[in-house]
Design a protein around this ligand. Structure first.
Ligand SMILES: Nc1ncnc2c1ncn2[C@@H]1O[C@H](COP(=O)(O)OP(=O)(O)OP(=O)(O)O)[C@@H](O)[C@H]1O
Length: 262
């Protein structure tokens, strides 16, 4: 984090085990407000596990995670979402059989307060709430240029667009901190370039802090200020993207994995 910058998220000595597997080994990192921060490492190095710890899916068993000064360790994922953290998933996790519009609208669920009695007596209030949700959804559809597919079923649109719909759904939760788990996975070059543009546009327009897991190093160096590199659950390098990627330990971690696979 740059000196004088305010921290958004602080992980201190975060550890997580799955049975006998030590998947995160005392990882510490501070992410500054407004940064696009990269999380990098070979397959199985613990990137998604760290994201799952931050978002409450698999809370850390040791260490602490704070967001804007508030401890997240004991909060459920939906409470963490209400604190202002939204995420997308490594494998597209959209509601099949539903349209693009309905999927994006689901991003508003953290603000919905389903109380049938209140809705009956205060129909005008419920209606006003519905209009506010729709307005936010339309804003995001505009920002991510999804107008032409809004009424399509998500099952029939290309993967690149499905990933953009997931991003739209996350943005509808009005996060201040956005976690993207491999948003470019499976995309061709053109789709990747579009996605990079939309992430940068969203970050700038909405003043977000972004944590992004990414395997494409060209993307990492293009959009991330700082990165953390994990290997076998441990942090092996942290710093400005180009410098950290060139660190001999990082080069060895990637070459070592390639050797194991060959
Ligand atoms: N829910 C789980 N139950 C058991 N083991 C898990 C679970 N989640 C992750 N792991 C294990 O923890 C280790 C780290 O996995 P993780 O998914 O965090 O790696 P990653 O760096 O995100 O990998 P990739 O780049 O392949 O997505 C792996 O050995 C994985 O098999």
């Amino acid at each position: 984090m740059a000196s004088g910058q305010e921290p958004a998220l602080v992980c201190s000595n975060v550890s997580r085990w799955f049975g006998g597997l030590h998947a995160l080994k005392g990882v510490s990192v501070t992410i500054g407000r407004g940064d696009i921060f990269g999380l990098v490492g070979p397959n199985g190095s613990g990137k998604t596990t760290l994201v799952n710890a931050i978002t409450g899916f698999y809370p850390p068993q040791e260490g602490s995670i704070t967001f804007e000064g508030r401890r997240l360790n004991d909060l459920k994922p939906h409470h963490i979402a209400r604190c202002g953290i939204a995420r997308t998933f490594q494998n597209v996790a959209l509601f099949r059989g539903m349209t693009v519009l309905d999927n994006i609208l689901m991003g508003r669920h953290i603000f919905m307060n389903p109380n049938p009695l209140a809705s009956l007596f205060y129909w005008w209030w419920a209606q006003r709430e519905e209009i506010a949700h729709r307005r936010k959804v339309e804003e995001v559809i505009d920002l991510l240029q999804l107008e032409s597919v809004r009424d399509e079923h998500v099952d029939v649109i290309p993967l690149g667009l499905q990933k953009r719909v997931e991003l739209a759904r996350a943005l509808c939760a009005e996060p201040r901190f956005l976690v993207l788990d491999e948003p470019m996975a499976g995309m061709n070059q053109e789709e990747k370039e579009y996605m990079v543009r939309f992430i940068l546009d969203a970050q700038e327009a909405l003043g977000l802090t972004v944590l992004i897991i990414e395997h494409h190093m060209d993307v990492v160096t293009a959009i991330c200020g700082r990165i953390l590199v994990l290997n076998n659950g441990a942090a092996i390098a942290e710093g400005p993207a180009r410098e950290a990627i060139a660190d001999p330990q990082v080069v060895e971690a990637y070459i070592g994995k390639a050797r194991d696979v060959a």
